[in-house]
Write a new protein. Structure first.
Ligand code: GCU
Length: 847
């Protein structure tokens, strides 16, 4: 009976949802009425000024009680208010406010932003060290209630690190265009439009609410590739409006600065950071900003990197550049996050220089500046030495700065990790870095303890997460990707938090209590990063995406010879970057001796970083006993197979999740399964071609169920040599003869009568909406449109390549031997209805 009731309850839950509330849905919990004894009679918020986080906490508690328990609870601002002494209450405020109001409590001493929570029956006291802490405590209490964790408890919680920021890479755009987001896959900017700040900041406030609940305390709202137009008077007014909507949530606003603004906006003939006029200009701008936003968090600066101007132009050091801003914000208590992502792509030459290595840049630029930064500067370091790859060692810069504040930069938006079209739950990856022990001076030196300031006694430090949410109601473009945003906040508060626990809290809050939903999402998410690594780049070779365009689909050849210094040095015999001290780029020597020694030798380097540190033959044997090349082949087959499973796993949740979110996720998982095969075949074909070494299992370049489009009888379709060649099966696709014409591809099927899954691989370019139809034996099986550029959100490609390659599958199609299979493609725009191949698969087989 209980089970039946629970089941009916879950059914009742499945009303359509669009994701806007993220994990803050306050959905009714099972048997809510039974818990009414735990709901207080009133909420006491000890500060009722509208912009105070304590006031926000009161309103949020009210909303939570209504949603979770369907109970309206009144808000008061006095402990013993008009409701009399006797009623139970939840009190929220700062420790000080509570004492001033006559409250007595034995609260342990709290750190900045910390809180104390005391739950006893229907009474609760939520006391923050500051107002923000009180709001965090309220969210913690609500999160427990929303997960049905209704029990007495008393505890204090303090942040591991003071800096827990979000970076948005939002552009202002001009000329009537919406604010775009660099490496954003969830729509347009929620802050900017047509060169200015959007009039309606509702989404910005909703974002602040989500972020406050995970204890993020500041958001840098504009792209690190900044623009001086941000600092016009009109825009400064607009920025003040953003700060106003953030404030009630305890979130401070930060800004990315364009280093050459004094010249380009200020009309000076220089932007030399030591020039008096430049200094005065920045101080003036800073004063103007703080006049409008007295609690501004500070600045974020990307200088002398990827075309951004910086102090090196004037032979000034990066520290001199950083300190210019530090001095301007110092009187206001502001902070300058100065990015360590500095490298000079122009001097990198792979062919001429075996020792050239972009990975060396951060320590080379910043190591010697240790101790030269002002106290309110934090050097913001990407987790790995290159750029958010699927596997990287921890950046050695963390172990080279002892008298400098540092923060780790994590990327929530999945730039190199499937752009929210592939599920990749990131905390397990982040934990490989945060938990890494640098062994500075032979002492425990976890990266998390370095950035928190504990290891080297620094007052400032922490976390910067590049989120890039957009106007899409799912925020990031995908419902499942939101677990990464949630987890970022949880880890920034407590880096020892368990990846599974975080995920399960998020799942309950996002999708409810059904144990099958919880189990399935846990399994799928925890498997997702290893799987993605398997079918993209293995053994530390990097993700192997197209580094020249979009960073999305496969293109291993682009990982060499490029000016960005992201190289694999693959040739016909061997692969990997030799980063040893004795023979390579000497990068390994940037780590403290114990770690350096480990990475110096292939025997002591973990397999998953082998090709990061060593250049070895494809026949090199790993610790596992396999050769490098066979490992590539096997991992790609295994990874792609796991991605197929995700579809089945998700389908098992049909009816247990509201239709809207169920379908949205399903669509993407089906897409991912198809694109995982594109990855598998591209990478395997590429390295087979390069090395000439066949797959022991005979799978690579051997696809018995496949019929290449170019081998079919074509009418109006012409063969087309695809580049990169490995993005198409057999290196060739077919395209319509002109942009407006129709093509047909036909083949007689020679298979025993029966049911088959028919998979069609085609290319959906972002420059048209072609239409295709498939028929068998004169019966139409299905039609589809090339509209994924409007649906998926990954970096668009106008080419027939690894980004645009995708698959559609029609399951259980009845086929008779001799039936004619016919595909008709109708070109649209500049998209010539490209087709790659058809697989006629016995049911259960995928290839
Ligand atoms: C990557 C990313 C860029 C970004 C840069 C950065 O290279 O592709 O879009 O600007 O990192 O972090 O500054």
């Amino acid at each position: 009976m209980f089970k039946l009731l629970l089941f009916l309850f879950f059914l009742g839950l499945v009303a359509a949802e669009n994701g806007l509330d993220g994990w803050l849905r306050y959905a009714p919990i099972p048997f809510a009425h039974k818990h009414h004894g735990h709901i207080p009679d009133k909420i006491v918020a000890l500060n009722s000024t509208e912009s105070s986080p304590v006031n926000t906490a009161g309103l949020e508690l009210q909303k939570g009680f209504k949603g979770i328990f369907d109970k309206r609870v009144k808000i008061d601002d006095r402990i013993h208010g008009r409701h009399g002494k006797g009623g139970s209450s939840v009190i929220v405020g700062t420790v000080e406010q509570y004492a001033n109001a006559g409250g007595k409590a034995d609260v342990p001493s709290l750190g900045n932003d910390g809180f104390w929570l005391d739950i006893c029956g229907s009474t609760a006291r939520i006391l923050g060290q500051n107002e923000r802490g009180a709001l965090y405590g309220a969210f913690e209490y609500l999160s427990r209630l929303a997960q049905g964790k209704i029990s007495d408890d008393t505890f204090a919680s303090n942040p591991d690190a003071p800096i827990r920021w979000i970076n948005q890479w939002d552009n202002l755009n001009e000329g009537g265009t919406h604010g775009s987001i660099e490496r954003g896959y969830g729509g347009y900017s929620i802050f900017f439009d047509n060169g200015t700040i959007v009039p309606d900041l509702t989404r910005a406030a909703q974002y602040a609410r989500l972020l406050a609940s995970i204890r993020v305390n500041a958001v840098v709202v504009n792209n690190v590739n900044a623009n001086y137009t941000l600092l016009t008077e009109e825009n400064m007014d607009g920025l003040a409006r953003i700060a106003d909507v953030f404030r009630p949530w305890g979130i401070q606003m930060g800004l990315s600065l364009y280093f050459a603004s004094p010249e380009e906006l200020g009309g000076l003939d220089t932007f030399d950071p030591l020039d008096e006029r430049v200094i005065a200009w920045w101080h003036d701008i800073t004063d103007k900003l703080y006049k409008r936003v007295p609690d501004m968090a500070g600045y974020l600066v990307k200088a002398n990197s990827e075309g951004q101007p910086g102090p090196l132009t004037y032979n000034r050091t990066l520290a001199e550049g950083a300190n210019l801003f530090a001095k301007a914000v110092q009187p206001y208590g502001g902070v300058v996050m100065f990015r360590a992502f500095v490298y000079d792509s122009k001097t990198l030459n792979q062919t001429l220089d075996w020792r050239a290595d972009r990975a060396n840049a951060a320590v080379e630029y910043f190591g010697e500046l240790d101790g030269k930064f002002d106290d309110n500067v934090v050097v913001q370091i990407k987790y790995g030495p290159i750029d958010f790859q699927v596997r990287e060692p921890a950046s050695p810069l963390f172990a080279n700065l002892f008298e400098t504040n540092t923060a780790i930069e994590l990327q929530i938006t999945q730039e190199y990790l499937g752009q929210q079209c592939h599920v990749v739950y990131l905390p397990p990856l982040w934990r490989t870095i945060l938990d890494f022990d640098m062994r500075v001076d032979q002492k425990p030196s976890l990266v998390s303890d370095i950035v928190s300031g504990k290891r080297f006694n620094r007052k400032l430090g922490g976390y910067a997460g590049v989120a890039n949410v957009g106007t899409n109601t799912t925020w990031l473009g995908s419902h499942l990707a939101m677990s990464n945003l949630y987890a970022y906040g949880r880890l920034a508060w407590d880096p020892s938090s368990d990846s599974v626990e975080i995920l399960q809290d998020w799942t309950r809050l996002t999708f409810g209590f059904d144990p099958k939903v919880l189990h399935t999402i846990t399994k799928l998410s925890m498997d997702s990063w290893p799987t993605y690594e398997k079918y993209t780049g293995n053994l530390g070779i990097q993700t192997l995406t197209d580094i020249l365009l979009g960073h999305y689909g496969p293109n291993p050849a682009s990982q060499d010879g490029n000016p960005w210094g992201q190289w694999t040095r693959a040739d016909s015999d061997s692969i990997g970057m030799d980063r040893t001290v004795w023979n390579g780029t000497r990068f390994a020597g940037q780590y403290p001796s114990e770690v350096a020694e480990l990475y110096e030798h292939p025997e002591t380097t973990p397999d998953d970083l082998l090709l990061w540190f060593h250049h070895v033959p494809y026949t090199h044997r790993l610790h596992s006993g396999k050769t490098v090349i066979q490992h590539f082949y096997d991992e790609h087959y295994d990874g792609a197979a796991r991605a197929q499973d995700y579809v089945h796993m998700w389908k098992s949740l049909r009816g247990r999740i509201d239709k809207e979110r169920y379908e949205h996720v399903l669509h993407r998982l089906i897409y991912q399964a198809g694109h995982a095969l594109v990855w598998r075949d591209s990478i395997n074909t590429f390295y087979f071609n390069k090395s000439g070494i066949p797959d022991d299992a005979g799978r690579v370049a051997n696809h018995p169920y496949r019929i290449e489009a170019e081998d079919m009888i074509l009418g109006g379709y012409l063969p087309y040599a695809v580049s990169p060649f490995e993005a198409a099966s057999g290196a060739t696709a077919v395209v319509t003869a002109s942009n407006s014409s129709t093509g047909t591809a036909e083949v007689e099927l020679k298979v025993p009568d029966g049911k088959y899954d028919l998979a069609v691989n085609y290319f959906d370019l972002a420059i048209g909406r072609s239409e295709w139809s498939l028929s068998v034996g004169g019966r139409e099986v299905g039609r589809w449109e090339g509209d994924s550029e409007y649906v998926l959100g990954h970096a668009p490609s106008p080419y027939i390549d690894g980004h645009s390659a995708m698959r559609i599958t029609f399951e259980n199609v009845w086929v008779r031997n001799g039936d004619k299979l016919r595909i008709v493609g109708q070109a649209d725009g500049e998209e010539p209805a490209p087709l790659d191949y058809v697989s006629v698969l016995p049911v259960g087989v995928v290839d």
